[in-house]
Design a binder for this molecule. Structure first.
Ligand SMILES: [Zn+2]
Length: 118
């Protein structure tokens, strides 16, 4: 499951950003963007996250995952089509002269940290 190493890297990134922000409180919420064509399964990410954050400041963080679609742009009919899976031809006119845009991103969007009580 390659999601494990992805989530490991993600946790490192969160820790760095929390550090840089001078925070230490527990992470309350994380928002991720995982494109439909990224080959990463949100369920596996949640599972890996639970596994890897046990007994850390992220243990109880809520994970919000957005799954942006990709767009297939056809150079023959010119119609952009939203797609959930990789295609090799235009879903409208079946031309092979297409460009796939987006859908492969794997981004950490926001980190919400519990207000620390003084
Ligand atoms: Zn087309």
């Amino acid at each position: 499951m390659h999601e494990l190493s992805i989530v490991e890297a993600l946790i490192d990134q969160v820790n760095r950003e929390v550090d840089q922000a001078g925070q230490s409180g527990p992470v309350r919420r994380l928002a991720l963007s995982i494109g439909r064509l990224s080959g990463v399964h949100p369920d596996s990410v949640r599972f890996a996250f639970e596994l890897l954050t046990q007994n850390t400041s992220m243990e109880h963080a809520e994970i919000v995952i957005e799954e942006p679609k990709a767009v297939c742009r056809c150079r023959v009919c010119g119609v952009p089509t939203e797609i959930d899976e990789l295609v090799v031809q235009c879903p409208r006119c079946a031309a092979a002269d297409i460009v796939i845009e987006g859908g492969r991103e794997l981004l950490l969007q926001t980190i919400e940290i519990e207000e620390s009580t003084p």
